[in-house]
Structure formats: structure tokens, C-alpha cells
Write a protein that binds this ligand. Structure first.
Ligand code: VGL
Ligand code: ZN
Length: 200
């Protein structure tokens, strides 16, 4: 256990906690529902300290290029404004959560929450220098978001308890974590982020 002191320059990035990525969804991530509680815990911790929380969402048009009918790798998922694209009602988003929609044009995919969005600019404007990343899926959108965060110059920490992988190949999640570590991403447990302080 290596406690982390959260500070003003920290932000939490919660990736794609949408119905289509949860069990029962069109691209359900195995055990994806098991991250709801740890993600909620991390968000509560950041919110209690007044630190910013960002929630990304895959927000595709119905003819998106990643869909099988257009030759892409995936079944249709996260079509903008549908229930599958909605955040789980069990996700306890803090009041000031900044929503980042991505991959919202038909002919380009974007696994990273930084790709084609104002996320990096927004983080810099708010003095953020370190980001904590969690959510779905470890081997796609969490991976690419964490790698881009490093490229953009942010100190980057993933929360493995609060992530799950699609695992098209069984080791994809573990490989993704190794790839992130190689890029300078570190890992933390929720315990290391400390308890949400009890109300005084
Ligand atoms: C994702 C597959 C396709 C993700 C998005 O959020 O990880 N995976 N689109
Ligand atoms: Zn997608």
C-alpha cells in the first residue's frame, strides 16, 4: 500500500460506462458491471475533495464505420441518444461531471477520449497535470485514453479494480496494462486513494 495524496492538479477520467458496454448490452464487457461500485467510490472521493470528474461516452451515428455492416469490427453500439449509449443509472456521476462525447462522426473511430475532443485543452485550462483513468474497456478506450494522456504530457494513473477488458483474445486486458506501463502509466488501488471523508 502506497497512499496517494490527491491534490488540486488531479482529475478523474471515467471511460464509457454506458449500457451497451455493460452485461446485456450489444457490446457487453464481461464483468463490466463489477466496476460500477469501484468507479462510484473513486468519483465520490474526487468529488469530496472538490476535484474534477470527466465522463467520456462513445457517441456513434447509426451508420458508424466501426459497425459490422460497414465492415468494422463491432456490432452496432452506443448510437447517440439511444438507451445503449446512456450512462448506467447506477453510475453516481457527481453534479459537475464534464461529459466528453467521442467518435461522433460516421467515418472515423476514436477509442481515446482525447481523440477529436477538447479534453486536453479543458484539463490544461483547469490546471490539471495528473489524471486517474478507470472504466471500460481496458483493452480499447481505457488503453488509448491513457496512452494519449501520456503523449499529451499528463502524469497518468490507472485504477485496475475499476476497469475490465473485452478480451477478444484472452490476454488482451493484461497486454493493455503492460503496454500502458511501458508508456509510463502507473497503477493505484482505491485503498491508496484513501477513504471518502465522513461528513463533519
Ligand atoms: C470501445 C469498442 C468499441 C470502448 C468503444 O469504449 O472501449 N470498445 N467502441
Ligand atoms: Zn465504439
Amino acid at each position: 500500500m502506497n497512499p496517494i495524496r490527491l491534490q488540486d492538479s488531479d482529475a478523474l477520467l471515467v471511460i464509457d460506462m454506458q449500457y451497451d458496454f455493460l452485461p446485456g448490452g450489444s457490446l457487453g464487457v464481461p464483468e463490466g458491471d463489477q466496476v460500477l461500485a469501484p468507479v462510484n467510490e473513486a468519483m465520490a472521493r474526487f468529488a469530496a475533495l472538490g476535484l474534477p470528474v470527466y465522463a467520456s461516452r462513445d457517441w456513434h451515428p447509426e451508420n458508424h464505420c466501426s459497425f459490422a455492416e460497414r465492415g468494422g469490427p463491432w456490432p452496432p453500439h452506443c448510437v447517440a441518444e439511444t438507451r445503449g449509449a446512456a450512462f448506467s443509472e447506477e453510475l453516481a456521476l457527481p453534479a459537475n461531471t464534464v461529459i466528453i462525447s467521442k467518435a461522433d462522426s460516421a467515418d472515423a473511430d476514436a477509442y481515446s477520449a482525447f481523440n477529436g475532443t477538447a479534453l486536453a485543452e479543458h484539463l490544461r485550462q483547469h490546471g490539471v497535470s495528473r489524471v486517474f483513468v478507470c472504466g471500460l474497456a481496458t483493452d480499447y478506450c481505457v488503453l488509448n485514453t491513457a496512452l494519449d494522456a501520456r503523449t499529451e504530457g499528463f502524469e497518468t494513473v490507472i485504477l485496475p479494480e475499476a476497469m475490465r477488458a473485452v478480451n477478444v483474445q484472452p490476454q488482451d486486458g493484461e497486454r493493455a496494462i503492460a503496454q500502458m506501463r511501458q508508456a509510463g502509466v502507473t497503477t493505484a488501488t482505491l485503498a491508496e486513494l484513501g477513504e471518502v471523508a465522513a461528513a463533519a
